[in-house]
Design a protein around this ligand. Structure first.
Ligand code: URA
Length: 250
């Protein structure tokens, strides 16, 4: 099997000498992709394996997975000569290699993932993956009486585009007229166009969830943080480790 010996990998990550590392592996202190591995010669893919020593992720090549609370007024792009971008919200020292997973409109707020991991982004966003996204939309106008039914059946937009089945529910406790929209695709201006098709106009749009991941309510608009190990694993995808994340204490 191609790859690097586990003891060599841990040594390269400055965990200890080859002899020390081999002893730790034999003692059952090292896990690879969630399973204890007692064989120092076991071959791992240094770019993909999630290696834990005493419950701490030891990332060979650190990938980053950030949750950003996107404010309105910034565009989802890596750089732009005229507009402020989501990457401008990240300090320059931490920005290297990051890009947005999917996109939100300039005036849309809420959960946006940023990562350096192309495979992770593809697994969430590629057409055919159908990862659920949940939005709160403040609206003007009264949705058609059969709007929720039409959403559930797969609404046809005004230009004839057929959408996949989606959820539409009122949010009665909101101060202004608000609906919750749940989609499993990401067409251009999709929420706005779906609501337009049932007779209302979106005045404010916020994404609350992507797949299993909810926006952290403690993140102010414009703020970001690394995903926790639990959040990352909730996607059920093979992700590469983040440095410094503690999975569990020994
Ligand atoms: N739907 C929209 O209309 N805009 C977004 O930013 C996201 C989904």
């Amino acid at each position: 099997m191609p790859g690097m010996r586990l003891d060599k990998l841990l040594t390269h990550m400055n965990c200890g000498s080859r002899r020390e590392v081999a002893a730790w592996v034999r003692a059952g202190r090292v896990a690879v992709d969630g399973l204890i591995c007692r064989d120092p010669a076991y071959k791992v893919d240094p770019d993909r394996a999630c290696v834990l020593l005493d419950g701490q992720i030891q990332a060979y090549r650190a990938q980053r997975y950030l949750m950003l609370n996107k404010p309105a007024g910034v565009i989802t792009a890596s750089s732009d000569p005229r507009h402020r971008t989501v990457l401008d919200l990240i300090p320059e020292s931490e920005r290297r290699g990051l890009f947005a997973v999917g996109r939100l409109d300039k005036d849309t707020e809420g959960l946006l993932l940023l990562t350096t991991d192309g495979a992770f982004s593809h697994a969430l966003m590629a057409p055919g993956k159908h990862v659920e996204k949940e939005y709160l939309a403040e609206i003007e106008g009264t949705p058609a009486a059969d709007a929720a039914e039409r959403f559930a059946q797969g609404i046809v937009l005004k230009d004839g585009t057929v959408c996949r089945p989606a959820g539409l529910e009122p949010v009665p406790e909101a101060a202004v007229q608000t609906v919750r929209v749940t989609l499993c695709e990401g067409k251009y201006h999709q929420v706005k166009r779906m609501l337009w098709a049932v007779g209302c106009e979106v005045t404010r749009l916020k994404r609350l969830r992507v797949g299993p991941l909810r926006l952290d309510g403690a993140l102010a608009p414009g703020a970001f943080r690394d995903l926790s190990a639990e959040e990352l694993s909730s996607f059920g995808l093979p992700v590469m480790g983040q440095t410094g994340i503690e999975i569990s204490k020994k």
